[in-house]
Design a protein around this ligand. Structure first.
Ligand code: PMP
Length: 386
């Protein structure tokens, strides 16, 4: 039997409507979007440009500001390393400000730059994952090049106030990058209103395919100058060479359009299912605490700690539901979650934490089944350890 899938923050299934849009681009319309000497190429090019317009309009951006990538990992690397490599800013500006709870695809490029002589400030968060904005403003100096703060955290779902952060960055004249991988398509984002200079997003978190993403790069007021990391044919305004993944890009465009159109409906439904899951688990079992901020959070992520429970044992006990003990991207290392560690949760609490993440295809009967499995498994594991 297929498990109840509650791991949408790790990845989503491709929406059948997205797949339909993509399929002809594998066989019939297989042209290279750079081969504009013939109709097959121009057809592919047009499809790529339509998708670019979709993604741009979802962000209030100009289509020329969207650069296709292989996913948010690459977008984050291009934003951070590409900016740091630009002779326009460096070597005078060699300080980066980021947060301890960022995704590894932000933290690792920062660490790599640190090894090459950059100074990096990793801001702490409080026990709910909240960032102190006064502190953020306080660490920016005339050497600061970049502030990189994610919009929504992938483990606990907290939403950082990107508009206020953008304002601080504008006042201090530093570049603002946000990793919006988890929030794009769920939360409204306007790059102008929020003063965002660079923004990363990914297809497979919004019911699009894996292996495709985008980086928004501001073109004016001010123009942001990144240096390419991949060199070759000069595709994507010289910022990212390589033959474009046309079916993937078409899929991401369609997924962005669907998200724009269906966001508010999806949100209400998912929030009420999340509330049901949270309420029932918490009230039927004692010793359950929420990790993160109960207010400023994405509607689809619920991270709970179960007292006297080991999350991996719990997951083994309930194969009927697919959840995550920590971020899927780092779970290979079996280290306690660094995000929960940054919240100063004690080790016991971290060990007993599970992320439930819901999505467009989650149903009420799935949530009811999940409640039954969780309550039964936690009760049984607790009584066995007594
Ligand atoms: N940033 C965040 C916040 C994420 O959740 C993820 C995916 N786990 C990524 C970046 C990396 O995205 P991708 O899988 O597209 O490389």
């Amino acid at each position: 039997m297929k498990p109840v899938y509650l791991d949408y923050a790790a990845t989503t299934p491709v929406d059948p409507r997205v797949l339909q849009e993509m399929l002809p681009f594998f066989t019939e319309h297989f042209g290279n979007a750079a081969s504009t000497d013939h109709a097959l190429g121009t057809f592919a090019r047009e499809a790529v440009e339509n998708a670019r317009t979709e993604v741009a309009s979802a962000l209030g951006a100009d289509p020329r500001e969207i650069i296709w990538t292989s996913g948010a990992t690459e977008s984050n690397n291009l934003a951070i390393q590409g900016l740091a490599a630009s002779p326009y800013y460096t070597p005078q500006r060699n300080h980066i400000v980021t947060v301890r709870t960022e995704h590894k695809s932000v933290l690792d490029p920062c660490q790599e730059l640190q090894e090459r002589g950059f100074e990096v400030t990793y801001l702490p968060v409080d026990h709910q994952g909240t960032l102190d904005l006064e502190r953020l403003a306080g660490v920016i100096t005339e050497k600061t090049l970049l502030v990189s703060v994610m919009h929504a955290n992938n483990e606990i779902g907290i939403l950082h106030p990107i508009q206020a952060i953008g304002r601080i960055c504008k006042e201090k004249n530093v570049v603002f990058h946000t990793d919006a991988t988890q929030s794009f398509g769920k939360e409204p984002i306007d790059v102008e209103d929020c003063g965002i200079d660079l923004l990363s997003l990914s297809g497979h978190k919004i019911y699009g395919p894996k292996g495709v993403g985008a980086l928004y790069v501001r073109r004016k007021r001010p123009r942001v100058r990144c240096k390419a990391l991949l060199h070759g044919g000069g595709h994507e305004r010289g910022l990212r060479s390589g033959t474009l993944n046309v079916p993937g890009i078409v899929g991401l465009g369609k997924a962005a359009r669907l998200a724009q159109r269906e966001r508010s409906e999806d949100r209400e439904r998912i929030r009420s299912l999340r509330d049901l899951l949270e309420r029932e688990i918490t009230s039927q079992l004692g010793g359950v605490t929420l990790n993160g901020d109960p207010e400023a959070r994405l509607e689809n992520i619920l991270n709970l700690s179960f007292a006297n429970i080991d999350a991996s044992a719990l997951m083994e006990h309930m194969p009927e539901i697919a959840v995550s003990a920590s971020a899927a991207c780092t779970s290979a290392s079996m280290q306690p979650s660094y995000v929960l560690t940054a919240l100063k949760d004690d080790e016991e609490r971290i060990k007993g934490s599970i992320r439930f993440s819901l999505g467009r295809f989650t149903t009420q009967s799935e949530i009811k089944a999940a409640i039954t499995h969780v309550v039964r498994s936690v009760t049984s594991l607790r009584s066995a350890s007594r």
